[in-house]
Design a protein around this ligand. Structure first.
Ligand SMILES: Nc1nc2c(c(=O)[nH]1)N[C@H]1C(S)=C(S)[C@@H](COP(=O)(O)OP(=O)(O)OC[C@H]3O[C@@H](n4cnc5c(=O)[nH]c(N)nc54)[C@H](O)[C@@H]3O)O[C@H]1N2
Ligand SMILES: Nc1nc2c(c(=O)[nH]1)N[C@H]1C(S)=C(S)[C@@H](COP(=O)(O)OP(=O)(O)OC[C@H]3O[C@@H](n4cnc5c(=O)[nH]c(N)nc54)[C@H](O)[C@@H]3O)O[C@H]1N2
Ligand SMILES: [Mo]
Length: 761
């Protein structure tokens, strides 16, 4: 039987309200919003005591984002409005009870909006949706593990199973998760970074021999120039605003490169600084370059051309540490300013000013996020930005370097401890030595390949450690079909989401402890460890009572599944239960498997944790094919649209955490009461005879396939002509599954070609 389910959020019957975007970020409205979310969800006492432990030494790591805390001190509260929302959302006092599952069929639930689903509260007991059944019903943990094990051992081949990970998972759980997948016999370990910073990892590995950033937080205080490219820190990494404000006080210039003039990059009032709260706040960006979507490769190409033409490059650094300069220089020789200005929408003066600012800066940091990583040419763009830094020798010295700003709070750590569809020879031999298993070597599925395999019937069991694969991935209709093709889909989750409703013929929801909660085992109170965006590994320990006594920790759930498999078919000599009871034992295995974790258990007990080694940052060592940093030269490319098409980017509002929607408002951008919004330039509106609040339909066309999404509302906005913006995940049904970045295979969520028509009444 196929269930009647809705794989996309419902339409909205009225247009949202729209006013001018805010001029200043944080300040009083942020405090009010923090209090509203904290108090309404978790209750006054609970929210005050929970929030006071965010990012404190001995507290828990904020699940909001991967921005680091200062190494040596913690101010009264190292959290922000949006971190507080993420914490309050997990610490909610609402619970999804057995009654709930009896009251609502899966099909009814699927017609609810994403905010409603999340607002139902914490998942507190394992439930199963049997084939042909319309409702989830209770199941014991033991039986749930047995169902999974049975489906897994019945597969013809281990590669028919997929083990997805979302980036909140701790190092300990992530290590066990990949160990389970590999002991079972597959490298099918797609994860959220395939949709996120994969392009950064791919480009940086090739350019500088490490797939991570090369700066510490401290470097922000020594920088002369910080470029913030394709990133909206005011909403997605609010604590970064403090670092940018302090950097400016220390003399740095900050330039924002973004199609939108985001409020967080204008002015900022620190919510914990009374003087700032009263005043007008601090300026964040000295300059805004309002670039066209996907213009960044062309911008940095032109900047590099000017730097080289003016002789503004560090020949000593290049000679000593870099490779490929001669070829790169040739590539830069001819440049067509008409083309560059056309692609970027910037003037030659603006670009040459940027180049002069870079040339005169002693030390430059380039930060970026999703505005750079989710295009066809993301890898090339990132490598062009690295070329800029290499020209000035801005790697491996104070105040300078690459800074891909990670999203999920432990997405970087998950990768470090082995969540990766590639299994390098060194990782495989480390894992073999520490655990005795023989990991498969063949490359597994990333997120896009996983979806394609399910669509083609080549994968049949989809297990997900956190996350919301259906709504996070591109091409919602295709993902919906893919998941429904499976025999079994399993989600280890804290909150209800749409992936629980669009399922294989059977489905399980396994509720787990969250970051904020006490994790007691037979060996006592456990803590976990995480790695932030700057390579610091530190501990995180929840102090709240668990939402229910039925919850298991992520490691316990993995051990439960693994032990159930071992009962049916031996796959290793690992004592999974021992590992799940004492996380020191998991950390010892990580230490034995992966370089850089020496004395893991003792070093991570030190207050501020420890830095993982970073060759380029620490000692200008580049683990590349050439043993040097590589200039990479690619042919200039950009997304080309027809006259009647738009380039669409899909972005986050101020009140969502990825696929979790907290409210239909986007305070800084002035939009409230709706999310089916298209931000569009007034001249484009005039051309199409559109007025604010009009309903429009969007169509995307790719490789001969048309995708449509109807009933969006027009919001006039200061955005370059020919560009529009919509929110994720509502717009994901327009992003083609096979439209991905070269090299990293990341869905092109910021480069979607769409046409716009008025909705027919
Ligand atoms: N509150 C909150 N915090 C979060 C998240 C959340 O959803 N909510 N998500 C977390 C995660 S997983 C991640 S990855 C990060 C995401 O953090 P961001 O990358 O800041 O998130 P997006 O909203 O995708 O914003 C992309 C920005 O890039 C700009 N942009 C789009 N296309 C281009 C382009 O072609 N060129 C340039 N120069 N700019 C462009 C957009 O205008 C927007 O300002 O945040 C993390 N933190
Ligand atoms: N169009 C478009 N699509 C995008 C993006 C975009 O910019 N545009 N961004 C992409 C990016 S950067 C990312 S990272 C992905 C995000 O993709 P995912 O990581 O898959 O999605 P999330 O919305 O973060 O997952 C939310 C769910 O995680 C579960 N959860 C929360 N905390 C925990 C926990 O501690 N443990 C467990 N086990 N579960 C937990 C909850 O059940 C919640 O419903 O989306 C991508 N999709
Ligand atoms: Mo992300």
């Amino acid at each position: 039987m196929t269930r009647e389910i809705s794989d996309t959020p419902p339409l909205e019957s009225t247009p949202p309200a729209a006013k001018s975007p805010s001029k200043v970020a944080a300040g009083i409205p942020a405090i009010l919003s923090t209090m509203k979310h904290g108090f309404s969800k978790a209750g006054v006492i609970s929210s005050v005591s929970t929030l006071s432990r965010v990012n404190r030494f001995g507290g828990f790591d904020c699940p909001g984002c991967a921005w680091p805390d200062p190494d040596d001190h913690r101010t009264i509260a190292e959290f922000c409005e949006n971190g507080a929302k993420a914490v309050a959302d997990e610490a909610t006092s609402k619970r999804i009870t057995q009654e709930f599952w009896k009251n609502y069929t899966v099909s009814e639930l699927s017609r609810q909006g994403d905010q409603w689903l999340n607002d139902q509260g914490r998942l507190i007991e394992p439930v199963i949706l049997e084939a042909g059944s319309s409702n989830y019903q209770s199941i014991s943990w033991h039986e749930a593990f047995d169902v999974i094990a049975q489906e897994l051992v019945e597969l013809d081949n281990p590669n028919e199973a997929i083990f997805y990970t979302s980036g909140r998972t701790s190092n300990e759980a992530a290590f066990l998760w990949q160990l389970l997948a590999r002991a079972f016999g597959t490298n099918n370990l797609p994860d959220c970074s395939n949709m996120c910073h994969e392009s950064s990892g791919f480009a940086l590995n090739d350019s500088i021999g490490i797939g991570k950033g090369t700066v510490k937080l401290e470097d922000f205080n020594h920088a002369d120039l910080i470029l913030v490219v394709g990133q909206n820190p005011g909403t997605n990494h609010p604590r970064m605003l403090t670092a940018l404000r302090d950097a400016r006080k220390n003399g740095a210039s900050v330039v924002s490169i973004n199609p939108l003039i985001e409020t967080g990059m204008k002015r900022f009032k620190h919510p914990q600084n009374p003087l700032e709260m009263l005043g007008t706040g601090s300026t964040i960006a000295d300059e805004h370059l309002q670039i066209r979507i996907n213009g960044d490769f062309a911008l940095f190409r032109a900047v590099n051309h000017l730097l080289v033409a003016d002789g503004s490059f560090d020949s000593d650094f290049i000679e000593e540490h870099a490779n490929g300069f001669t070829e790169f220089r040739q590539e830069l020789e001819s440049i067509d300013w008409n083309e560059i200005c056309g692609i970027t929408g910037l003037s030659q003066d603006q670009i040459s000013n940027l180049s002069k600012t870079i040339a005169s800066a002693e030390s430059v940091i380039i930060c970026w996020a999703m505005g750079i990583t989710q295009h066809h040419n993301s890898v090339q763009t990132i490598q062009e930005m690295v070329n800029t830094l290499l020209l000035g020798g801005h790697i491996g010295r104070p105040g300078a370097g690459v800074c891909p700003v990670r999203g999920h709070s432990n997405v970087q750590g998950d990768r470090t401890v082995g969540i990766n569809h590639h299994c390098s020879e060194s990782f495989a031999s480390g894992l073999h030595a520490s655990t005795g298993i023989e990991p498969p070597r063949a490359t597994g599925y990333d997120a896009v390949l996983a979806a394609q395999a399910m669509l083609e019937g080549e994968a049949k069991v989809f297990l997900s450690m956190g996350g919301n694969f259906l709504s996070a991935m591109s091409d919602t209709k295709a993902i919906s079909q893919a998941l429904q093709n499976c025999k079994l889909t399993v989600s280890v989750s804290t909150k209800l989401n749409r992936s629980h409703l669009v399922t294989g013929s059977r489905a399980l929801i396994l509720p787990c402890l969250g970051r904020t909660e006490i994790d007691w085992t037979n060996s006592g109170n456990q803590f976990v460890t995480v790695e932030n965006s700057m390579g610091v590994v530190h501990s995180s320990q929840g102090r709240n009572q668990p939402a229910s006594s039925q919850l298991l920790s992520e490691p316990a759930i993995i051990a439960g599944i693994a032990s159930a498999i071992e009962r049916k078919r031996s796959m290793s000599s690992i004592n999974w239960q021992h590992l799940a009871e004492d996380y020191d034992k998991i950390r010892s295995l990580i230490e034995q498997t992966i370089p850089g974790f020496d004395d893991y258990n003792s070093r991570v007990r030190e207050r501020q944790g420890f830095y993982l080694p970073n060759g380029p940052r620490d000692s200008l060592k580049f683990n590349t094919d050439s043993g040097r940093a590589n200039f990479r030269s690619h042919n200039l490319s950009h997304i080309q649209r027809d006259e009647d098409e738009f380039v669409m980017m899909t972005i986050r509002s101020h009140d969502q955490y990825n696929t979790t929607v907290y409210s239909p408002n986007d305070r800084y951008r002035g939009v409230s009461g709706g999310r089916r919004v298209v931000l569009i330039n007034p001249e484009d509106m005039a051309k199409l005879s559109l007025s604010s609040g009009d309903s429009i339909d969007l169509n995307s066309r790719f490789n001969g396939v048309k995708r449509e999404s109807n009933e969006w509302y027009v919001v006039e906005y200061d955005i370059p002509k020919g560009n529009i913006a919509t929110y994720f995940p509502e717009a994901n049904e327009l992003i083609p599954l096979d439209s991905t970045a070269y090299g990293s295979n990341t869905p092109t969520s910021k480069s979607v070609l769409v046409s716009v028509t008025k909705t027919q009444a």
